[in-house]
Write a protein that binds this ligand. Structure first.
Ligand code: ADP
Ligand code: MG
Length: 269
């Protein structure tokens, strides 16, 4: 039997209003922490939200979202899980959290396409996509498979991380994905006794790169032990509401709105 033609880019996920990629140049900068807390914050603000774990090699979304069940099939399609009011899908749910994942580039691309096409996401205001670090197949496939509303880049403040951010910004620019802004994570540690802020990894690197590229700095997240503990427990800190992540989510929504108003209007002649 001949394989059916691949759906066109604009026909994939027509009921998803905004697909937002969360990217980083480096691993370990807090991309999954940001993705998960951004998704939860948006859901708390009343939006219909999905979270796709596209970090095929290090799928940590199930752990941080407290989701363990095996996704169920409906016909030829897969139903996403739902936790904390967020629909989610991850290879970690299918392969198991500890399975070594050793696929090569083309398979990574295929897998990401399938998570877009074969998962019943339904109508969503936002689909947050947690990308692997760097500028590889996953990023390119995503940009080429679906129209992305925009990308945010997570970085830590120090110089080495910022070098990689340059590369990520350039890559999104090449594939014509709008940049929504920079999120600086691990910006400082507040002393629990006196509240003094210590910038452990240097100060304001995220702001410098945002300024250099003319992008908004969408937020600065402190190093806070309970961000890590709550992630490990599958109960993201954004569930509490009153946190920097709520402000970051509002900034992302605003950046998306501004980008929308920048789009050319269709002139009727
Ligand atoms: N602001 C923060 N404060 C404390 N721990 C954090 C913070 N951001 C991330 N972490 C922890 O650092 C580790 C790496 O974060 P993660 O989100 O998995 O990074 P990435 O997805 O970029 O590899 C995790 O254990 C996470 O809980
Ligand atoms: Mg991650």
């Amino acid at each position: 039997m001949p394989t059916p033609p691949a759906p066109k880019r604009a026909e994939i996920l027509p009921d998803v209003k905004n697909i937002v990629a969360v990217a980083s140049g480096k691993g370990g900068v807090g991309k999954t922490t940001v993705s998960v807390n951004l998704a939860v914050s948006l859901a708390k603000q009343g939006a219909a939200v999905g979270l796709l774990d596209a970090d095929i090699y290090g799928p940590n979304v199930p752990l941080m979202m407290g989701a363990r069940a095996q996704p169920k099939a409906r016909g030829q399609k897969i139903l996403p899980l739902e936790n904390h009011n967020v629909k989610l899908m991850s290879l970690g749910l299918i392969a198991g959290e500890n399975a070594p994942i050793i696929w090569r580039g083309p398979i990574v691309g295929k897998m990401i396409q399938q998570f877009m096409i074969d998962v019943i996401w339904g109508a969503l205001d936002y689909l947050v996509v947690d990308l692997p670090p760097g500028t590889g197949d996953a990023q390119l496939t995503l940009a080429q498979t679906v129209p992305l509303a925009g990308a945010v880049i997570v970085t830590t403040p120090q110089k080495v991380a910022l070098e990689d951010v340059h590369r990520s910004i350039e890559m999104f620019h090449k594939v014509e994905v709008p940049m929504l802004g920079i999120i600086e994570n691990m910006s400082y540690f507040s002393c629990p006794c006196c509240g003094d802020r210590t910038p452990l990894f240097g100060a304001d690197g995220g702001r410098q790169i945002a300024d250099a590229f003319g992008l908004p700095l969408l937020g600065q997240i402190p190093i806070q032990p309970d961000i890590c503990e709550r992630g490990d427990a599958g109960m993201p800190i954004a569930l509490d509401g009153d946190h920097v992540f709520a402000e970051i989510a509002a900034c992302v929504v605003e950046a998306l709105r501004e980008r929308e108003s920048d789009l050319p209007e269709i002139a009727i002649v």
